[in-house]
Design a protein around this ligand. Structure first.
Ligand code: SME
Length: 167
């Protein structure tokens, strides 16, 4: 059974608290892997509708490789041509998918996943460092509140870790 959805007020309040905690934890941190691991852990344990939370890193012009995550086993490699993660990486924009079965080419790492949101982590110059992928076992679990806060978080990460070498 998927966890109950938070109300909108709850959801925004949880994000405010969680993002403030992440800010404090990452203050002065320069290690990108440590940052991704911390973000995945903090988000996953704070938002009840997050069933898989993690990063796929851009390691080649058309390839994502798994980074730190929380949840069940995730696929190791995702070409830009595949899945919701690939689409978000290729188009460099957030993809919010209320029904994964209706998304052509969705990669089913877990058969329990019903909806997902994928947000690119871009440096201020527009270089793609990674995508943040969050999957839920509930249908249509993510909304504009999730988009707003996760995009805010990813913008901040992109700026703080802009010097990270990827390709
Ligand atoms: N759902 C993703 C694949 C990654 S896993 O679910 C962890 C996609 O279609 O991009």
């Amino acid at each position: 059974m998927p966890a109950p959805m938070p109300t909108e007020t709850d959801r925004a309040a949880r994000y405010e608290e969680t993002l403030a905690r992440i800010d404090a934890l990452l203050d002065g941190e320069g290690d990108w892997i440590a940052a991704m691991a911390t973000v995945a852990c903090e988000l996953h344990h704070s938002l009840p509708h997050f069933d898989w939370t993690g990063f796929y890193r851009a390691v080649a012009p058309d390839l994502l490789v798994i980074g730190p995550y929380q949840g069940g086993h995730g696929c190791l490699r995702i070409p830009f041509s595949q899945g919701v993660c690939g689409a978000a990486a290729r188009e460099r924009r957030t993809r919010l998918v209320p029904d994964v079965e209706a998304f052509p080419g969705h990669i089913a790492c877990s058969s329990s996943t019903r909806s997902e949101i994928v947000v690119p982590v871009l440096t201020p110059e527009g270089r793609l460092l990674a995508v943040l992928d969050v999957d839920s076992d509930a249908p249509a679990a993510f909304d504009e509140t999730d988009r707003l806060f996760l995009e805010r978080l990813c913008r901040k990460l992109g700026a703080q870790f802009a010097a990270t070498k990827t390709l």
